[in-house]
Design a protein around this ligand. Structure first.
Ligand code: HEM
Ligand code: HEM
Ligand SMILES: [Fe+2]
Length: 463
């Protein structure tokens, strides 16, 4: 670690990693509820809200931590204000905890979600961003402080690199895109229209821009590849992400009451979205092949896996149902859920985990660390996720056929024909949880335990 203020990243990572564990534990409860709907004291709707909100929040916290590491490094100076970063961290932790308690409270007493000043007190009811208005304002404030702190660090140092500029641009775009999810309209169509700005323009716009910048940073850091080459490809990838992703938004406007031209716009632009993701995979492989001196193999391994699964989960599992003539049948089925899982896992879970594996050893001053737990964690998580996605894709195919083509009702298909898929998903869920457990243990132990020296096995005994 070159600058002591980079250490603040660790606090953000810690909170992120703990929430990751909670997200998965809660996901398993949700998976059980597909088999036994009455399992657990909280209903499925509350459990699901906790699962996906925890996901979004821990990923955002992880990205904030990563930014606090990258910006001083790239600016070659200390962070503008460490107390501000610390304040922003605790404000985030407190706000998130209160919101979570609110969700649970509402799950136990649905009446508690009262109307106060024209907004609801505990839950706003927009999937992924259910946090109530007062929390929205706190979150927006926290993010603005975070952006300001990083901007001032760059401004003060007068050192503008492509990586940090792109990172800051992506983060600003991310913040702006939170705002359309904050106002009410009486029309359900308009409400959905704006809500998709947040969800889609986050994961297929601003977050991918951030991923492009962090991928370039990671490759540079572990392989020592030249900055100008990495930045040139980063600009091309990011430009293509925005070119295809912004109008790709149309793939959510097919059936919600918006004009018909969205069928064309959404279909064409979203079908092009996998291209920049494929470029990122190629970039990662090319750099790895050309620069064989690798300082952190485990970190590089995760970074390359992130590029691959970003393409597979978002690109491939996205493009299969993105054309209107396909989406007409698959919309809102388990095919969507399968894609949601692999895309978020590949693009953002692996991104945050790879940033942690690349920066945490530097923060802890560990020149060497045991990597075996990190690899085992990767395989447990990834193989389990692949099987979860395959089972849910299978469930989605059965669901599409029986419900949409044969006209059987939703519950009949869910409770009978899909049952075995739910059982298998729950089993693989435990495999995933074990992988996360290994990762959490590794996170806390990294750099703090003695490095195992490979034991030399006595070679052929001469007799
Ligand atoms: C990392 C990037 C991505 C993430 C994290 C992601 C995640 C998601 C999630 C969670 C949903 C479900 C939203 C809901 O609750 O209804 C969704 C829907 C969808 N995604 Fe993605 N996605 C990504 C990229 C893509 C790409 C690149 C494509 C197309 C090539 C795509 C195509 C779709 C489509 C068509 C739907 C709507 C499915 C339906 O009609 O039910 N996604 N995505
Ligand atoms: C890092 C890993 C995971 C990620 C990124 C993730 C992400 C998501 C997302 C984005 C959704 C909303 C999908 C949609 O709207 O279609 C969701 C729902 C869900 N997840 Fe996960 N999840 C993960 C792990 C798990 C695990 C291990 C389980 C348990 C086996 C699980 C069980 C569920 C269930 C049951 C739902 C509700 C599905 C539905 O409404 O049809 N998730 N998850
Ligand atoms: Fe989308």
């Amino acid at each position: 670690m070159k600058y002591k203020s980079q250490k603040i990243a660790q606090d953000f990572y810690t909170f992120a990693v703990l929430l990751f564990f909670v997200q998965i534990a809660v996901g398993i409860i949700a998976a059980f509820q597909f088999i036994w709907p009455d399992f657990f004291i909280l209903n499925f709707n509350t459990v699901r809200t906790l699962h996906i909100n925890a996901l979004v929040v821990w990923l955002l916290t992880g990205l904030m931590g990563a930014t606090y590491f990258v910006v001083p490094e790239e600016s070659q100076s200390e962070l503008w204000s460490i107390p501000l970063a610390r304040f922003q961290f605790w404000a985030t932790v407190v706000a998130v905890t209160v919101v979570v308690v609110g969700y649970i409270w509402m799950g136990l007493n649905p009446q508690a979600n009262k109307f106060v000043f024209g907004t609801t007190l505990l839950n706003e009811g927009r999937e992924y961003i259910e946090a109530p208005r007062w929390a929205d304002l706190l979150i927006a404030l926290s993010v603005i402080l975070f952006l300001f702190n990083n901007f001032m660090t760059m401004y003060k140092s007068r050192r503008w690199t492509g990586i940090q500029g792109t990172l800051l641009g992506g983060l600003t775009f991310l913040t702006l895109m939170y705002l359309p999810g904050m106002f009410y309209t009486k029309s359900m169509v308009k409400d959905q229209f704006w809500w998709w700005w947040v969800v889609h323009l986050w994961v297929e716009g601003s977050w991918e821009v951030i991923a492009g910048a962090l991928l370039a940073f990671m490759l540079m850091k572990v392989t020592n590849a030249p900055r100008h080459v990495l930045e040139r490809w980063m600009y091309i990838e990011v430009a293509l992400v925005l070119f295809t992703g912004i109008l790709g938004l149309g793939h959510h406007y097919y059936w919600i009451g918006t004009p018909r031209y969205w069928l064309w716009v959404g279909g064409i632009f979203s079908a092009l979205e996998p291209i920049p993701l494929l470029l990122m995979v190629w970039d990662a492989f090319r750099v790895t092949r050309e620069h064989r001196v690798v300082s952190n193999r485990l970190g590089l391994f995760y970074a390359v896996a992130h590029a691959i699964f970003n393409f597979v989960g978002a690109g491939l599992w996205g493009v299969i149902h993105t054309l209107p003539m396909v989406n007409k049948w698959t919309h809102g089925t388990q095919i969507t859920t399968a894609h949601g899982h692999l895309a978020f896992y590949g693009a953002y879970v692996l991104l945050v985990v790879s940033m942690i594996y690349i920066t945490l050893p530097l923060i802890r001053g560990a020149t060497e660390f045991n990597t075996s737990r990190g690899y085992r964690s990767f395989w447990w998580m990834t193989i389990s996720m692949i099987f979860i996605v395959l089972t849910i894709t299978g469930a989605g195919m059965v669901q599409t056929y029986m419900e949409r083509l044969l006209g059987l009702d939703y519950v009949t298909v869910k409770a009978n024909y899909n049952l075995w898929f739910w059982v298998f998903r729950a089993i693989f869920g435990f495999g995933f949880l074990y992988g996360v457990f290994l990762f959490v243990v590794d996170f806390f132990k990294l750099g703090k335990e003695p490095v195992e020296v490979p034991v030399k096995v006595a070679s052929e005994t001469t007799t």
